[in-house]
Design a protein around this ligand. Structure first.
Ligand SMILES: [Mg+2]
Length: 170
């Protein structure tokens, strides 16, 4: 069978660290969480979330090692089969960021899900496998929940090879 490679990278805390926070209001009390804190946050009744910081890429700092991997894949295959899959709701600031760091390829697609539900990421990858015949999958994300949910989905697929990478950035 012909090998078709799918390379999927999360954005925040996988490729870049920013000054963005998730703001929470509950009964008039304000709180803010980093993406890492938010990933393990237990929602309380009455929480109202504000994700507007993520409409921009604020004070980005490259996560060097992963950015190098991303660049290498981008250059090798001119961006074909390479995706950024983010819970953010706006893709344009992500594209702009890539351009700013010298990655400007039409082929690299940024999918902004507008949801932090791990199933959304798993389903997006599943659709790629089922509808576009990708059979060699790589997925990098700093969220344990995302990695585990994608893994569960991949285990049910037939005839595919995969590698999952949990990113730890401090
Ligand atoms: Mg992330």
């Amino acid at each position: 069978m012909k090998v078709k490679k799918l390379r999927v990278f999360d954005f925040d805390d996988t490729l870049v660290k920013t000054n963005s926070f998730i703001h929470i209001t509950n009964n008039g009390i304000n709180n803010k969480l980093s993406p890492g804190e938010y990933a393990v946050y237990q929602e309380k009744s009455g929480d109202i979330f504000d994700y507007s910081d993520f409409e921009d890429v604020k004070n980005p700092k490259q996560i060097k090692q992963m950015t190098m991997v991303f660049k290498r894949i981008a250059n090798k295959r001119n961006g074909k089969g390479l995706f950024i899959l983010t819970a953010r709701s706006a893709y344009k600031p992500v594209r702009k960021y890539l351009k700013d760091i010298g990655i400007d390829m039409e082929n690299i697609f940024v999918k902004a899900l507008g949801s932090n539900d791990p199933n959304e990421k798993a389903n997006w990858i599943k659709n790629k496998i089922e509808n576009e015949n990708y059979n060699d999958i790589y997925f990098a994300d700093d969220s344990e929940k995302n990695i585990n949910t994608v893994k569960k989905m991949l285990l049910k697929q037939k005839n595919i090879k995969y590698k999952l990478q949990k990113i730890n950035y401090d």
